[in-house]
Design a protein around this ligand. Structure first.
Ligand code: ATP
Length: 393
């Protein structure tokens, strides 16, 4: 068999398309998943992530393109001959078998060792998922989270090169899901097996993954670390799907060596914003800007002086709505030109500025009292051009 020598990817998809009739469920996808990586495929329902996973597992076959596992093309290789295992959302345990028998089942079916060796490996897999003392129980005597751990032990017991996980925590309640997220990540680090994880839950993907592929409409839009995907989304879909973003429509007024100046709102109605330059953007281009709510500072009016903005983007607005959310408060702020921005500030005594700011002849005091802003209050908004993402329209 042909082994690709140039890399050590656990899984590679090369121009893979999967059609169901007229629908391209997966559309010309290229992915390189590294050995030992926790890799997530993230996207809304119907974006093609499960179909991609099922093609890696061998349950579906690409209409076009090639899949490699450990460098070897796997077209025509049946699922049970691929060095992968799958964990599904439904645990699919055998109810009439004990937990230990469930875990040992695959090893027994393939005569993977003596009875004693198989029992020892099953015990080791159960120890890994912290169920070492539960081997004699039946699945129905276990909680949902415990049953999912048994399913994990069963998938890990023959030490596949790659573990494929299809929304494995989807059936669990929120608190248990959060516990299991950390547990899964620790387990993956401990066993060193490549995990390919499918989820529509962005928080889950951000918490656990080394890298994430964001998918939409059968295509991979962006691949990157959680921080890259969150801080540097490459398109509006990713900026919108991961976390929360303010989107501003505008027109490029000036292209400088490093920064681009954009006028926002109808007929450039007052607000001017700078962002890092993007290749190919020209004066007069219509663009979209994205700013995360937590990247915007707020301060309140206190006096009347004018000073420099220190290069920050600034605007004066009025708080339309304040929504208390426990650890943070979200403010909907109206700006001139029918523009509004959502701003999120942490609650509790932290100063948001060290120094006062000035705009339009007025001083905006730092919010050092830890107090929250109130509805109808006039406020200064400031955010760095560096966190202002310029997205092509
Ligand atoms: P979900 O999170 O809802 O499972 P997904 O991102 O995993 O969604 P897929 O299950 O991969 O999406 O489906 C992608 C597209 O392919 C959808 O439009 C779906 O309806 C279609 N599809 C999937 N499997 C089949 C099939 N066996 N026959 C026909 N269409 C299919």
């Amino acid at each position: 068999m042909q082994v690709k020598e140039q890399d050590r990817n656990a899984v590679e998809l090369s121009s893979v398309t999967k059609r169901f009739g007229d629908v391209a469920a997966v559309d010309d996808v290229n992915l390189s998943i590294r050995e030992g990586e926790f890799f997530s495929m993230l996207g809304p329902s119907g974006c093609g992530k499960t179909t991609t996973l099922r093609m890696i597992a061998g349950f579906e076959h690409p209409s076009m393109g090639e899949i490699y596992i450990e460098g070897v093309p796997v077209a025509g290789v049946p699922p049970f001959r691929r060095n992968v295992n799958t964990v599904f959302q439904s645990y699919a345990l055998f109810p009439h078998m004990s937990v230990a028998e469930n875990v040992a089942f695959g090893l027994q079916a393939t005569h993977a060792g003596t009875k004693a060796e198989i029992a020892e490996r099953a015990q080791h897999a159960l120890d890994l998922v912290r169920l070492g003392n539960y081997g004699k129980r039946r699945p129905r005597q276990m909680s949902g989270g415990q049953q999912q751990r048994v399913a994990l032990a069963r998938a890990l017991v023959n030490r596949p090169a790659v573990l494929l996980l299809d929304e494995p925590l989807g059936a669990l309640d929120l608190k248990l899901r959060k516990e299991m997220q950390l547990e899964l990540k620790n387990l993956q680090t401990q066993v060193g097996i490549t995990f390919v994880y499918v989820t529509h839950d962005q928080e889950e993907a951000l918490t656990m993954s080394d890298r994430i592929a964001v998918m939409s409409g059968g295509k991979v839009l962006q691949v990157g670390s959680p921080a890259e995907i969150y801080e540097r989304p490459n398109c509006r879909f990713v900026a919108d799907f991961i976390g929360q973003s303010n989107f501003l429509q505008g027109q490029v007024a000036e292209v400088g060596p490093e920064l681009v100046t954009i006028t926002i709102g109808e007929n450039g109605s007052g607000l001017t914003v700078r962002s890092p330059r993007l290749d190919g953007v020209q004066t007069g281009s219509a663009v979209t800007l994205a700013v995360r709510p937590e990247k915007i500072n707020l301060s309140r009016i206190a006096d009347a002086h004018e000073t420099s903005s220190n290069g920050l983007n600034r605007a004066v607005g009025r708080i339309k709505q304040a929504i208390y959310m426990g650890t943070a408060t979200q403010y909907l702020v109206d700006l001139p030109g029918a523009v509004s921005l959502t701003v999120e500030r942490q609650n509790g005594g932290n100063a948001q500025h060290d120094t006062p700011s000035y705009k339009d002849g007025r001083l905006f005091a730092p919010n050092t009292d830890g107090g929250r802003f109130v509805e109808h209050e006039e406020v200064l908004l400031e955010w760095s051009p560096a966190v202002t993402l310029l997205l092509e329209k």
